[in-house]
Design a protein around this ligand. Structure first.
Ligand code: UDP
Ligand code: GLC
Ligand code: MN
Length: 324
């Protein structure tokens, strides 16, 4: 077994779907490294079955919640209080070196060279570049580090309520100590930044290796048409559109066939997926209102009600036949 691994996390079925797309993208660029996913109780059995097809190891861990969810509420991202669960990645001491990647990232070029970097290497955060973004980082598993992090979380909390605040508190000399620990932006290109610095994107964009769909609009909430290979409706920048369409194409080509093969209808209720081979078929989400949207974000699908397969089918028919 390779002693190096790519590690991700999913605490619910939505993020698990993101993780499947991430794993497919890693294999597509030819990595031979171990693919590892941490999951929690909330991930359904059916989705676990699918995850098995994409990851070498699935490990169940306890949900770790932020001691300070109030801060996240202020940031309007209460769902991120569970991201402290990421810390479990330090316990994977069967590996000598790992790269953690958020489940909302997509790899478009091989990044195995990152295993030559040392802990903790990461990309500056676009919101506050003296901090690193914890969506992609190189680290060295260690029980000791895990214990230290937990101790710090209990003692000091996290300034953003999630893992990123805590990790920046712990690796506090990241921005000053050693420039080798700064990774190029191409390893964690957060989409929002392309809005603000388009000329740089035009110059360097072709070098990008990892796209990070940071923020509350995740690709899996967008509505996609598998025939035209375009998003159905999208308000935003052309680059964001292009990358979300890339994510969806990976979904349609590599993930959807596996879900379909396993005939997992229940899990499909979170993302209405029609047969991409049918003409003018549409892949769409069923976020009818904000409440459902929020519930989805928390991984609470209403399998028998609003999100039931029948309702999804109805929505699909409406979008295919143009009825309201
Ligand atoms: N995550 C999860 N369940 C959640 C929220 C987050 O499993 O309900 C994990 C997942 O791996 C995700 C990461 O924590 O990619 C960080 O959250 P997110 O990507 O939503 O944060 P952002 O990058 O948008 O700030
Ligand atoms: C950030 C990171 C994400 C992290 C979250 C909570 O925005 O992108 O990976 O989980 O903050 O700290
Ligand atoms: Mn993320």
């Amino acid at each position: 077994m390779s002693s190096e691994a790519f590690v991700t996390l999913a605490t619910n079925d939505n993020y698990a779907i993101g993780a499947m797309v991430l794993a497919s993208s890693l294999r597509k660029v030819g990595t031979q490294k171990h693919l590892f996913i941490l999951i929690t109780d909330n991930v359904s059995d059916k989705i676990r079955e699918v995850l098995n097809k994409f990851f070498d190891t699935i490990q169940l861990v306890n949900l770790l919640k932020s001691p300070d969810p109030k801060i996240l509420e202020a940031l309007k991202r209460p769902e991120l209080s569970v991201t402290l669960t990421k810390l479990y990645c330090w316990k994977l001491t069967q590996f000598t070196k790992c790269i953690f990647m958020d489940a909302d990232t997509l790899v478009v070029q091989n990044i195995d060279e990152l295993f030559e970097r040392q802990e903790l290497s990461a990309v500056p955060d676009i919101g506050w570049p003296d901090c690193f973004n914890s969506g992609v980082f190189v680290y060295q598993p260690s029980e000791q580090t895990f214990n230290n992090l937990i101790e710090m979380a209990a003692r000091d909390g996290s300034f953003d309520g999630g893992d990123q605040g805590l990790l920046n508190q712990y690796f506090s000399d990241w921005s000053t100590k050693d420039i080798d620990h700064h990774l190029s932006f191409i390893y964690n290109m957060t989409l929002a930044s392309t809005y603000s610095y388009l000329p740089a994107f035009k110059r360097f964009g072709k070098n990008v290796k990892v796209i990070h769909f940071l923020g509350s609009l995740k690709p899996w909430y967008c509505s996609y048409n598998a025939s035209t290979k375009k998003l159905n409706t999208f308000i935003g920048n052309d680059h964001a559109r292009e990358f979300i369409e890339k994510w969806w194409q990976m979904m349609v080509d590599n993930v959807h066939p596996v879900i379909e093969q396993l005939n997992i209808v229940g899990s499909m209720s979170s993302m209405a997926i029609s047969n991409p081979n049918q003409p003018s078929s549409s892949i769409t989400t069923t976020t009818a209102d904000d409440d459902r949207y929020q519930a989805w974000q928390q991984g609470q699908m209403d399998y028998l009600g609003a999100d039931s397969y029948d309702n999804i089918q109805k929505r699909l028919d409406q979008s295919i036949h143009g009825q309201q």
